[in-house]
Design a protein around this ligand. Sequence first.
Ligand code: SAH
Length: 266
Amino acid sequence: MGTVWFVGAGPGDPELITVKGRDLLARAGAILFAGSLVDAAATRWAPAGCAIADSKDMTLEQIASWLIAQAGRCETVVRLQTGDPALYGTLIELVQPLDAAGIAVRVVPGVSSAMAAAAAAVESFTLPEVTQSVIFTRVAGRTPMPPGEDLAALASHRCTLCIFLSITLLHKVEAGLREAGWPEDAPMLVVHKASWPGEELIVRGTLADIRQRCREAKIVSQAMIIASPALGARQRGAPARSKLYDAGFTHRFRRASAAAGAKESP
Ligand code: SAH
């Protein structure tokens, strides 16, 4: 019996798969990818003769039986997942039938679309003295939010929010932020098809106008919504500096300069 590898394909740019993920594709006997988002990576790196299928019209049972059948036939079977497999990727639902069939499962992480969105816009999710925390979430669509996880509750922390699967529910995102007291001029960012060569779209706005701006840009799918007090820091004045590069700060790799007045290491 072969091993089924759940491989994070990255956010869209085929070059954003990990070296390990690419090497697995290059020796895969079978690859199952999830819709158009990751087919470029599959077809670019797969060997000749590899069985390649798209799971977009398959049910969970069909996906599981395909993977099980291929694992009986070849040593390396790859299930390509968009971004990172641990985020909104039905990983556990797919692993359970493989466990039941006695098939070995491994996971290779990938670059999440949240990180690709930050990279596209040259933004940092964390800034000293502004926010040091990031929440990955979504608003309720057909999948309800568990108790305590509605956006208003999460947004009350005033940290960075990366909101998946919610571009058609932007009105709910706005309502949640308003309920948590975010001001109308709070900066927001929407990135459509982050990292996709030639197709990426970056829309900046505020709580007051982001929906209108997305409508104008005709963004209705495959978009990451970011709300964060750290957004736009590049254009603002001098921010608080990280202690890591502070001349007066001693850490494991560097001694503080005496002139800067040595401070305690964290
Ligand atoms: N596991 C994936 C998320 C899958 S859920 C990851 O780690 O990125 C699908 C959602 O991810 C989409 O609704 C959208 O919010 C986001 N997404 C996936 N690819 C994207 C991309 N290239 N650009 C922007 N958002 C993307």
